[in-house]
Design a protein around this ligand. Structure first.
Ligand code: IMP
Length: 186
């Protein structure tokens, strides 16, 4: 595949992870100089679709947008689509405090990737990774809620995994691999 695809994100961790996931497919992404317009909505898919449609229209070329979040079962899916705000305000420590007293610590990371050409409808790809909320924050890798998320069957938090292992297991890995298979088959 020649050329880079524009990825609308201000998060360099997401860009690095996406490029690591897509490199076996010969696909490479470049950060777009364009704001990701985030609407308030109940699903990641709605947020990603709107942002992708708007960015493709503004830039005039195909773009990728990703929206992701942490969904905690005992909290009715909170913070979910509001994960970015929850991270900025209460952070990992606040989530650990909210989990005090809950036996059920199951949670999942979810991700919606939207690919959109100017004037076209976005095409969506989703991914999820199940696991649980750790009792303490551990690890220095990754970003966001990585230090408090344990993948299914793992004693290591995402922030303790090396980058390759996180990308193999993660919600982002699943969604971007689906995108790559669609793009190469399209
Ligand atoms: P947004 O997709 O830019 O709205 O941000 C999603 C938020 O969810 C991030 O700010 C993180 O706090 C959290 N998040 C999403 N994916 C991950 C991940 O892979 N690791 C840790 N936190 C994540």
């Amino acid at each position: 595949m020649g050329g880079k695809i524009l990825f609308v994100t201000g998060n360099s961790h997401k860009l690095d992870e996406a490029n690591r996931i897509l490199s076996p497919y010969g696909i490479s992404l470049e950060m777009a100089v364009c704001e990701k317009l985030e609407i308030q909505a109940d699903t990641l898919e709605e947020v990603a679709s709107f942002a992708a449609r708007t960015a493709a229209w503004r830039i005039g070329s195909p773009v990728l947008v990703e929206d992701s979040g942490l969904f905690i079962d005992a909290l009715g899916g909170f913070p979910g689509p509001y994960s970015s705000y929850a991270f900025k305000t209460i952070g990992c420590r606040g989530i650990l405090r909210l989990m005090d007293g809950f036996d059920d610590r199951s949670a999942s990371f979810r991700c919606a990737v939207a690919y959109c050409a100017a004037g076209a409808e976005p095409v969506l790809f989703s991914g999820a990774s199940g696991g649980s909320i750790a009792t303490t924050a551990r690890g220095a890798r990754g970003f966001g809620f990585d230090p408090i998320f344990l993948g299914k069957g793992s004693r290591l938090t995402y922030a303790e995994l090396d980058e390759e292992s996180k990308c193999m297991a993660s919600h982002r890995g699943e969604a971007f691999r689906r995108f790559a298979e669609w793009l190469l088959g399209a």
